[in-house]
Design a protein around this ligand. Structure first.
Ligand SMILES: NC(=O)c1ccc[n+]([C@@H]2O[C@H](COP(=O)([O-])OP(=O)(O)OC[C@H]3O[C@@H](n4cnc5c(N)ncnc54)[C@H](O)[C@@H]3O)[C@@H](O)[C@H]2O)c1
Length: 468
């Protein structure tokens, strides 16, 4: 009897291990030759690529905002300054947060939203409305994809806070739904619109850095002062339960734009490694009591990626140690180097800089601040040149949030492709699962799924569409 029990227990253990290696078909993975390889099933017949997709112009974009906590309320503060959009519907779990948002609109002299919803499933009524064009989501991470899918299924474009998805299955849910419904699905990656990043992008596109060899980005932000702010403790609960880079998109978004991911290049292989949760465990112990919860997320998670065209990417995540805020943002090219945190610096080792005067250019150190500022001014991204003044006035992380919203509504108004498409949302968000899976397999390399299904080189470089 005892032998039979032991045999059954061993069989069960074996089954558990083999199931872990083949989760969630059809978009799951298998381990082959010491690599984790994700399935990429062919595109279903009723779907079309969303590369370069432009919807019919919308004269004035009617927006429904779901999630009115810290970030959603921030969006409400910015919205009345948008010339091409108006908030017409609001939804949160709690009715008092909806009323708080209405009050913000009133205080700014904007009309109150016509529709109000609350409760766990109020978003469904909002998505089903006939008089909205876009659902703007600022809810906890696990709600992003289910609500976005529901909205697209009900004929609405969606804009989703970061990360747009928390698993590979969810990334595919966004891609497949967007492709089938022909609705935009943009992730609201605001860091792509920060001044230094956009100006560097312009310089990269003008060839000042030569060929880009390596890029780095990170989210290093000690969240100690903020843990209490998240409704129902959702962020700590998520971080407690997961290894990996759970918040990768601020770091990876701008640098993927710099190297034209799915616009001529693609991310091929990823390897992730994390430290133990020294500070994370101490944070959880302080919060809940000694030993009450095990904190899984390593204090420092490092991810390395190699692209098809032979470039490398480094991404880091740390939200628990007492270090200064950093999104890194580093660009290494054959002729130049840029780094944003802790100090904005440029070093350019050659090439024609036109009329800009500079000296001290030995590429072993940053150029002087005056030269840097002159070059940044001369190569200011056209979007920054157009919007800088109003963006700084309206604000939102110094102005980048305003620019992000503006570009979204501008493109919808003129019927242009959006700056960030559903493949960006999937590629940048997929790190959440891929880093965890790599770490759980002893930092095994992961062959990254191609969400464009082989169309990553159909578009030649990133362009921000304009009406002129
Ligand atoms: N891009 C950025 O710079 C940035 C900054 C902060 C947060 N964020 C993102 O914004 C999102 C929200 O973060 P936050 O800090 O505002 O969190 P939060 O907890 O302050 O707000 C979340 C809100 O969602 C509401 N909510 C929960 N369940 C809901 C449901 N079923 N229907 C409707 N509303 C529901 C909550 O009541 C809460 O008001 C997250 O994805 C986060 O990563 C992005």
């Amino acid at each position: 009897m005892k032998t039979r029990f032991l045999f059954l227990a061993a069989l069960l253990a074996l089954l558990t291990i083999s199931c872990k290696q083949q989760p969630s078909a059809p978009y799951g993975y298998t381990v082959k030759d010491n690599q984790i390889v994700y399935n990429v099933p062919p595109r279903p017949a009723d779907q079309q690529s969303m590369l370069g997709f432009a919807a019919e112009p919308i004269e004035h974009v009617r927006v429904g905002v779901v999630g009115l906590g810290d970030r959603g309320t921030g969006a409400i503060w910015r919205m009345p300054y948008q010339e091409f959009a108006t908030v017409v519907a609001l939804c949160d779990l709690y009715p008092d947060r909806v009323e708080r948002a209405q009050k913000v609109l009133e205080d700014l002299g904007a009309p109150r939203a016509i529709h109000e919803f609350s409760g766990e499933e109020g978003y469904k009524q909002l998505c089903e409305l006939d008089d909205i064009d876009l659902v703007y989501l600022a809810v906890p991470w696990q709600l992003h994809t289910p609500i976005a899918v529901y909205a697209m299924e009900h004929g609405k474009h969606v804009a989703i806070e970061v990360p747009a998805a928390t698993s590979i299955q969810e990334c595919w849910d966004l891609v497949n739904t967007s492709e089938r419904t022909r609705k935009h699905c943009m992730m609201l990656e605001n860091c792509c619109y920060d001044f230094f990043e956009l100006n560097c992008l312009n310089m990269i596109q003008q060839g000042l850095f030569g060929d880009i060899v390596h890029v780095e980005g990170s989210y290093c932000h000690n969240l100690d002062p903020y843990w209490d702010n998240y409704q129902g403790d959702w962020r700590m609960i998520y971080n407690r339960a997961h290894h990996g880079d759970v918040y990768p998109t601020h770091g990876i978004g701008p640098i993927c734009q710099d190297i034209n991911i799915h616009r001529g290049d693609k991310m091929d292989v990823l390897v992730a490694m994390d430290s133990d949760a020294f500070a994370g465990q101490a944070t959880a112990d302080k919060r809940y009591g000694e030993g009450k919860f095990e904190y899984a997320n390593g204090d420092h998670t490092t991810t390395m990626i190699r692209t098809h065209k032979g470039k490398t990417i480094l991404v880091e995540h740390d939200v628990v140690t007492p270090r200064p805020y950093s999104r890194m943002y580093q660009v290494v090219g054959t002729k130049g180097f840029a780094n944003k945190y802790p100090n904005e610096g440029l070093a350019l080792g050659g090439g024609d800089l036109g009329e800009v005067a500079y000296d001290d250019l030995d590429a072993e150190q940053y150029m002087g601040e005056a030269e840097r500022d002159a070059i940044m001014e001369a190569y200011k991204h056209p979007i920054i040149a157009e919007l800088e003044e109003v963006a700084r006035k309206v604000g939102g992380h110094g102005g980048m949030d305003f620019i992000m919203d503006y570009r979204l509504f501008y493109c919808l108004h003129y019927g242009l492709p959006l700056d960030q498409d559903v493949y960006d949302a999937a590629e940048w968000s997929c790190l959440v699962e891929l880093t965890e899976v790599s770490i759980n397999h002893g930092s095994m390399p992961v062959v990254m799924p191609d969400f464009t299904r082989g169309e990553w080189d159909k578009i030649d470089g990133l362009k921000f569409a304009t009406a002129e």
